[in-house]
Design a protein around this ligand. Structure first.
Ligand code: NDP
Length: 434
């Protein structure tokens, strides 16, 4: 705490991991002897940089850029870029730290990193976003590379932003290092299924939890927060599996549609027109809009998929969900539940899929994009989707096994943290004092 003052999100992420590791440290003194924990909480490298750009009025704006290269023990740093006004060092450090364990869980050779900026793409013109993205990459390019550090998207960074950054990277570096960024457009090295991967993967993971209890998505009522990349494809897959999704949101409020959300409308509003979710009710007269995004958790549902942002479910919201009979929660967003909320779910015997495990599908397909770029091949949608499905099932199985082995059967928080940790820790020990 002394070394990282004023970083509450980072402290929260570290506490969750460290609490889970108690049984591992007790069983394997090598991790203490090698001072693994103290090494792991210190990023290998962090860069903060100025991002100056010119807005449409000709005025010069300045934002702050970040890239944290947290851990490369098992492969090149890998993790998204977030563009959102709330981004600061604590945010990027918590995300980068979580990423180490998530990436390890996928079983692929990727280390952990994260980056972004306090730039807000909302309300900016395409040209403003492009000038910002180009300026951001003008500094970032010297820190990344296909075998060094491979950024992707996150909140506020989708296909448009990745495209502009990729274009700038190539102008500076020359050549065509497609594997330097993932989440690229399909016309220039992107992978099919990447857009869908985090949302689909989250639903595949929750489906494994439900199957374990002899249940399924069929006929279930689902609430999904957010209406961005992760939310939209979580809704799509849940609907494909026979669930009725009754609500989704953005940072202003939520919509409730008792007939089930019409995803075509949400996709058009969000992906094409970049409008607010409140516009939905103008086209669906039975639906209602409530100007309070956190109120979404007061809606009774069987399955809750928080897919917006960190700490969106607090203790009170979790208690309400449990009281209203929720049977499963799958974290599509990163750290969407507070530590107190997680405790409420675990005490309430809710099937709980923690972010590191449940939303690993995005980075898993990003790593498959890197593989395709290296091989100069493009796999079909079905091929990538099948691999994604297999990876999510494997994460569930490995997390369950670790939970069982270390005395917390069925606790996927403990299981995912331990399974993710041991691989990275053993790789660090094998490579000496790194
Ligand atoms: P998007 O930018 O596409 O969408 C984010 C959504 O969450 C929007 O609907 C946004 O609303 C809402 N939101 C953002 N901030 C807040 C807030 N403070 N309160 C309420 N709602 C908010 O991002 P993604 O869908 O890509 O990311 C969502 C979450 O999933 C993040 O936690 C991200 O780290 C995580 N994630 C994403 C992956 C990916 O592949 N994209 C991979 C793994 C995790 P508004 O438009 O009003 O801002």
């Amino acid at each position: 705490l002394k070394r990282n003052p004023n970083e509450p999100l980072f402290h929260q992420a570290v506490k969750e991991i460290l609490d889970s590791l108690v049984p591992v440290l007790a069983k394997h003194p090598k991790y203490i002897k090698n001072n693994i924990l103290e090494r792991m909480v210190e990023p290998e490298r962090a860069v903060f940089f100025r991002v100056p750009w010119v807005d449409d009025n000709g005025d010069i704006q300045v934002n702050r850029g970040f890239r944290i290269q947290f851990n490369s023990a098992i492969g090149p740093y890998k993790g998204g870029l977030r563009f959102h006004p709330s981004v600061d060092a604590s945010t990027i450090k918590f995300l980068g730290f979580e990423q180490i364990f998530k990436n390890s869980l996928t079983g692929q050779p990727i280390g952990g990193g994260k980056g972004g900026s306090d730039f807000d793409p909302k309300g900016k013109s395409d040209m403003e976003v492009m000038r910002f993205a180009q300026s951001f990459m003008t500094e970032l390019y010297r820190h990344i590379g296909p075998d060094i550090d491979v950024p992707a998207g996150d909140i506020g960074v989708g296909g448009r932003e990745i495209g502009y950054m990729f274009g700038q990277y190539k102008r500076i570096r020359g050549g065509n290092e497609a594997g330097v960024l993932t989440g690229k457009g399909l016309l220039y090295g992107g992978s099919l299924t990447r857009t869908e991967a985090t949302g689909y993967g989250c639903v595949y993971f929750v489906n494994e939890m439900l199957k374990w209890k002899g249940q399924s998505f069929e006929g279930r009522t689902v609430v999904v927060s957010g209406s961005g990349n992760v939310s939209i494809y979580a809704i799509e897959k849940a609907q494909q599996l026979g669930a009725k999704v009754i609500a989704c949101s953005d940072s202003n409020g939520y919509i409730y549609d008792e007939d089930g959300i019409d995803l075509r409308t949400v996709k058009r509003l969000k992906e094409v027109e970049r409008k607010r979710i409140s516009e939905y009710v103008k086209e669906h007269r039975n639906a209602i809009y409530v100007e309070d995004c956190s109120g979404i958790w007061s809606l009774p549902c069987d399955i809750a998929l928080p897919c917006a942002t960190q700490n969106e479910i607090d203790e009170k919201a979790a208690a309400l969900l449990v009281e209203n009979g929720v049977i499963a929660v799958g974290e599509g967003a990163n750290m969407p539940s507070t530590l107190e909320a997680i405790e409420v779910f675990l005490q309430g015997n809710v099937l709980f899929g923690p972010a590191k495990a449940a939303n690993a599908g995005g980075v898993a397909v990003s790593a498959l994009e890197m593989s395709q770029n290296s091989m100069r091949l493009a796999w079909s949608f079905e091929e990538v989707d099948a691999k994604l499905h297999a990876i999510m099932t494997n994460i569930f199985v490995r997390s369950m096994q670790a939970a069982e082995e270390y005395g917390h059967p069925g606790n996927l928080v403990v299981g995912a943290n331990i399974a993710g940790f041991t691989k990275v820790a053993d790789a660090m020990i094998a490579q000496g004092v790194i």
